[in-house]
Design a protein around this ligand. Structure first.
Ligand code: SDX
Length: 382
């Protein structure tokens, strides 16, 4: 008799480790980084401060933040080899290029793997700093434009926008970009962070882990959802068509991208924060973005009425980000590279924490195929 095994599909409800990095309260719709409320961090801190918090486990004092900023700025530039690599693939999918470049960054580190935490934090700083430079370069080349070098007078998020757009963003846009980086920085053991941990649990280096994270982020069920959501809004076209579109999509059992979450069974607090920015950008947005804003608000209302309380399907972080990215001048094909750029700190923080007590990930699967079949030589097979 075979042993009865319980399969937890998609590891639903399975705890893989203990962590002090991030708490997602899916019932109350609350999110904390190292114990700090996401709302406070989004309003009062900066992405650099959040990176320090996630990596070191505490908020920096003034001197610590200054030193940390200096280190981040010191790592922003990318090598000529890397630029050549990116140029060689300028027509490829942007996240594929970013992922390939992440692998390549490790070639510039003569000791990619280290068991030492301080050294791994240095590697994390390199990854956090260089990724937006690469993402911006990919964006520039995609439009046939020259790569722009980082500007050390600018903060992390505003420098990213500057390298992408080619002009220094105003205060309002810099703040919004910074908030979007903060909101995407970390989210416990989501699919890409888990992929990162799986890779690093073999004691592969941190660059390999982040590369695995980027690979897992790509799909529309995870980091690709914001792109899929804005493409849906484009398909809807006129805000008046929103309800009919949603009705038909649900009747056809199609998922509405940017809604639903494995952990949140209520409103994702990050989506709530992003929603407040829709109002702020309205007056300065053109017709297309304003249409997307109207569609997103109508879709949100209808989805909550239909599936919110009854099915626990609410807007997630990917639903309102599309119109905001477009407002910042970030084109659709770059959305997931921006998500990846912000998430590097989350992936790295988890690797560094997990390595304190590393255990190889090696789950089981229940084999349900046949056994002991007789081998037929190829000449005798029909
Ligand atoms: C991110 O995990 C993280 O933390 C990720 C993330 C992060 O910061 O790292 O928060 C970022 O990835 C956000 C999620 C982005 N993905 C999407 O927006 C894609 C659309 N949403 C889904 O496909 C879905 O909600 C998932 C994949 C996100 C989670 O789904 P589960 O837990 O695997 O559940 P499921 O797909 O099995 O759905 C359960 C039921 C199904 O209905 P029934 O078959 O039971 O009748 O809910 C329905 C689904 O059809 N459902 C939806 C829906 N999402 C789930 N129905 C319509 N529209 C949706 N979006």
């Amino acid at each position: 008799m075979t042993e009865q095994v319980e399969i937890k599909e998609g590891l639903d409800g399975v705890y893989i480790t203990r962590s002090t990095i991030c708490k997602v309260d899916g019932q109350q719709g609350k999110l904390y980084y190292r114990g700090y409320k996401i709302e406070d961090l989004a309003e009062k801190s900066s992405y650099e401060e959040v990176c320090f918090l996630l990596l070191y486990g505490k908020l920096p004092n003034k001197t610590e933040l200054e030193d940390f900023n200096k280190k981040l700025k010191g790592e922003r530039k990318i090598s000529e080899n890397l630029k050549m690599l990116i140029k060689g693939f300028s027509t490829a999918n942007t996240l594929d290029v970013l992922r390939t470049a992440m692998s390549a960054i490790s070639y510039d580190d003569n000791q990619p793997y280290s068991a030492d935490e301080t050294e791994n934090i240095e590697k994390a700083i390199r990854i956090i700093s260089k990724t937006p430079t690469i993402a911006a370069a990919i964006g520039r080349l995609k439009q046939g434009k020259e790569i722009i070098e980082p500007d050390d007078s600018l903060g992390h998020a505003e420098n990213f926008l500057y390298m992408l757009i080619g002009s220094k963003p105003d205060k309002e846009k810099s703040k919004l970009m910074d908030v979007m980086f903060i909101l995407h920085a970390e989210h416990s053991s989501n699919a890409s962070t888990f992929a990162t941990l799986v890779a690093c649990s073999t004691l592969a280096d941190i660059y390999a882990g982040v590369t695995a994270g980027m690979a897992a982020l790509k799909g529309p069920l995870h980091g690709g959802a914001d792109e899929a959501a804005i493409r849906m809004m484009r398909e809807i076209g006129n805000p008046e068509n929103t309800e009919t579109y949603i009705e038909e999509a649900l009747a056809g059992k199609r998922k509405i991208m940017g809604f639903g979450h494995r952990v949140y069974k209520t409103y994702d607090p990050r989506a709530r924060i992003l929603k407040t920015y829709l109002d702020k950008i309205k007056a300065n947005s053109g017709e297309e973005i304003n249409n997307f804003i109207s569609i997103s608000l109508r879709a949100e209302k209808m989805m909550i009425e239909k599936l919110g309380k009854s099915h626990g399907i609410w807007p997630n972080v990917d639903f309102f980000s599309g119109p905001l990215y477009l407002y910042l001048g970030i084109r659709i094909e770059l959305f997931d590279t921006v998500f990846a750029s912000a998430r590097t700190v989350g992936w790295c923080s988890h690797v560094i924490e997990y390595w304190k007590n590393n255990k190889l990930f090696r789950p089981l699967e229940e084999y349900i195929g046949e056994l002991d079949l007789g081998y037929t030589p190829i000449e005798e097979r029909t």
